[in-house]
Design a protein around this ligand. Structure first.
Ligand SMILES: [Mg+2]
Length: 398
């Protein structure tokens, strides 16, 4: 079984834990009303006024002028997140942080020490309240997908366990918006077809769903039928690599190539509605010595963020000070998009919109309609074509 545990209104709860005078009041973290920010987190008292995350703070102010607006302090949130991780890790060796305030715990092998998954969940919840003074919600189910949905339904401060035989009865009366990765656009598309609940979705013929949602409907059905995140089934990794025309020490060129390859790999990642949790950078030196190094990252599909992790690895590798013959990047450890990490929330939301627009333009007009500024050095070294730069020996795998 999996336990999905999520801290309620996380940023606000941290502020309240640090300053109890904020308790039971409409509190909003995300900036002051006149600052053109967006709501990052709203207390349940503020949500009663219709305030939601992602909403401009100016609009939140109009909905509830007496709310307390805070800029927030990310260092505090990071610290609390680390302590949260520490607490749950003391109960199970298999803890997966899905975002800054949300984790999945595999309960396999914990029974003897901590009792049933439900008992374990209560223990963790109580400990979190005791140590961090923050309320949390819990979902327990056979798959991560169902545990996540149950967790969302149990908010705030609740616990829902779903037995395998109850999965479908639990799910069918709920609105389609509870399904992972569905997004407001697809919800609106389905609403137009008068498909509002999961029950209605399940009784709709596949060809209609395919017209409405494309191949994403298959992922939905896969989840509903008990499939889970971390799909190892079709794709193990997405990689892009190339050999250079001639071996080089030119750092600008090497970094630009890494960004370009990352960009290509990430657009494939997004096309498949996936997020990666592992980045591997591969290099081969002129003496044919090959180095691959990997690092774990918060689930992500933005080249701008993945590149940052990639450059840290590359930096280490380039300490060898030898000419580079080949460079490549591989993304792996997939999650389906929709588990949205809030680790980089504000930054990531901007990037998501940017990358979505980028993909759309490139699908329509070819990859080279837009080139990232940090790849301009490639112009000197490679020919451009409709499909991007013509690399010497491009190789890709999915
Ligand atoms: Mg939360």
């Amino acid at each position: 079984m999996y336990i999905c545990i999520d801290l309620d209104a996380f940023f606000v709860s941290v502020e309240q834990a640090l300053d109890p005078s904020l308790l039971y009041k409409p509190v909003i973290v995300g900036g002051l009303p006149q600052e053109r920010g967006v709501v990052a987190s709203a207390s349940y008292e503020a949500r009663k006024f219709g305030i939601r995350s992602g909403m401009p703070t100016s609009l939140a102010y109009r909905l509830c002028p007496r709310a307390i607006f805070l800029r927030g302090n990310f260092q505090h949130y990071r610290l609390y997140s680390n302590r949260f991780h520490g607490i749950i890790s003391s109960y199970s060796p298999e803890v997966d942080m899905a975002s800054i305030d949300e984790a999945y715990i595999n309960t396999a092998g914990t029974q003897r020490l901590f009792g049933t998954p439900l008992e374990l969940a209560y223990k963790m919840k109580t400990k979190i309240k005791e140590i961090l003074n923050i309320p949390s919600s819990v979902g327990i189910a056979r798959t991560r997908v169902f545990s996540k949905i149950a967790c969302e339904q149990s908010k705030p401060n609740g616990t829902i366990a779903v037995a395998q035989k109850d999965e479908i009865p639990f799910l069918t009366p709920l609105g389609v918006h509870v399904l992972p990765g569905i997004g407001p656009k697809n919800v609106a598309v389905l609403k137009n077809l008068n498909i509002n609940t999961v029950q209605e979705l399940l009784t709709t013929p596949d060809w209609i769903l395919e017209t409405a949602l494309g191949s994403y409907y298959k992922i939905l059905k896969f989840f509903i039928q008990g499939g889970d995140y971390q799909c190892s089934d079709t794709m193990k990794s997405i990689s892009r690599e190339t050999t250079l025309h001639e071996d080089t020490l030119n750092r600008d060129l090497i970094y630009a190539l890494l960004f370009y390859l990352t960009e290509r790999a990430c657009s494939t990642l997004r096309k498949n509605k996936l997020l990666a949790r592992t980045v591997t950078v591969k290099t081969r030196f002129s003496d044919f010595k090959t180095i691959s190094r990997r690092t774990k990252i918060p689930a992500c599909n933005a080249q701008q963020i993945i590149f940052e992790f990639g450059t840290k690895i590359l930096e280490e590798i380039l300490k060898e000070k030898k000419r580079i013959r080949l460079i490549g990047i591989a993304l792996s450890g997939f999650d389906y998009d929709g588990l949205q990490s809030s680790m980089f929330m504000l930054k990531e939301e901007r990037l998501n919109r940017l990358n979505y627009a980028l993909d759309k333009a490139r699908n329509k007009f070819g990859f080279n309609v837009l080139f990232a500024a940090n790849t301009t050095v490639l112009k000197k070294h490679f020919k451009k074509s409709e499909h991007g730069y013509t690399l010497h020996t491009p190789s890709l795998s999915q």
